[in-house]
Design a protein around this ligand. Structure first.
Ligand SMILES: [Zn+2]
Length: 323
């Protein structure tokens, strides 16, 4: 990774996360000694503060040298510390407008209540719903304060990152307001969570935002497939160079998963029942949310294609059948 700092002024800063996915890669980039940009921030908690402090010392900058904070999308590991970091640095914050709107909405009491209803409609048992809603609430302090976004990112916008000018690419799917950053001369892609090497980015629908995120994600991936890419600098996992191959792998994975989802619906079933059959392993409550969200995004894709139907029962719980 040091080669990227020597060549382009782009350093990777890895921050621990308290999940099975135990880290996020953020980027600390130097335009000049008094002008640095950070991409993604970690959760707002002590380990994150400590890691950034260490990185600032290592690269010899002061907090006031940070002039821009760019957030690829609103998920807590990327967005969480942006607000506090902005307070400390007075930096500009740049992110997608939709991402910001969804982020501000996501961690509120109001949305927590709506999520609870959504989990019930998906057929989750009351006990799990309660646990999950409480778990949702556990994120509130790790994403606050919210940043003041000074610039909303626009598709195609030129942005100075390190010593290079990148192009902002709107890549919805993993999250509706997600942005990647592409550098056409060096063929670098800062991919956020849109394209990862070892993990398939989670594509969830849990009642907020785009109601066919998988369809949107697959289109965004195709769009990325048209670019020549030498290096992908991702939000999680290793830096890699075989972007085209990885894009094809992920598309193939979802095609298989769509078929599997369809084949699981042998009778009338709820989303939660389908999810339990698709994910037959022990899940933490955090992973339970991902599994359900991922299942529903595949169901939503099949619904949009007219392959399946969804009917609510008298309690408002949805039941899925093949068309
Ligand atoms: Zn992430």
């Amino acid at each position: 990774m040091d080669q990227f700092f020597r060549k382009y002024g782009i350093a990777q800063v890895t921050i621990p996360l308290p999940f099975r996915l135990n880290h996020i890669h953020c980027y600390l980039t130097r335009q000049n000694d008094q002008d640095w940009t950070i991409i993604d921030t970690g959760l707002h908690r002590q380990e994150t503060l400590d890691t950034w402090k260490k990185a600032f010392t290592q690269y010899g900058l002061k907090e006031r040298d940070i002039k821009k904070i760019i957030v690829t999308h609103y998920h807590p590991d990327h967005f969480g510390y942006a607000g506090e970091l902005q307070r400390e640095t007075t930096a500009d914050v740049l992110m997608g407008k939709k991402a910001y709107q969804l982020g501000k909405k996501n961690w509120t009491k109001e949305n927590q209540k709506q999520s609870g209803q959504f989990y019930c409609q998906a057929g989750m048992e009351e006990k799990t719903v309660k646990e999950l809603v409480e778990h949702d609430g556990g994120f509130f302090s790790m994403v606050r304060p919210f940043p003041e976004v000074t610039h909303f990112l626009q598709e195609g916008q030129q942005i100075q990152i390190g010593e290079l000018t990148f192009r902002a690419l709107h890549t919805p799917g993993h999250e509706e307001g997600h942005f990647c950053f592409y550098q056409p001369d060096e063929k670098l892609l800062i991919s956020g969570d849109h394209l990862l090497k070892k993990i398939t980015p989670n594509i969830s629908y849990l009642g907020l935002g785009d109601d066919n995120p998988l369809g949107t994600y697959l289109s965004s991936l195709e769009k990325l497939g048209e670019l020549e890419i030498n290096w992908v600098l991702p939000g999680h996992g290793p830096i890699f160079s075989d972007a085209r191959e990885r894009i094809d792998e992920i598309i193939q994975h979802h095609k298989e998963r769509i078929i599997e989802t369809y084949e699981t619906i042998k009778r009338e079933m709820t989303a939660f029942q389908i999810s339990k059959l698709l994910f037959q392993r022990e899940l933490t409550i955090h992973e339970e949310r991902f599994a359900l969200g991922e299942t529903i995004s595949h169901l939503a894709y099949l619904l949009a294609k007219g392959e399946i139907k969804k009917t609510p029962d008298s309690q408002g719980v949805w039941h899925y059948t093949r068309s």
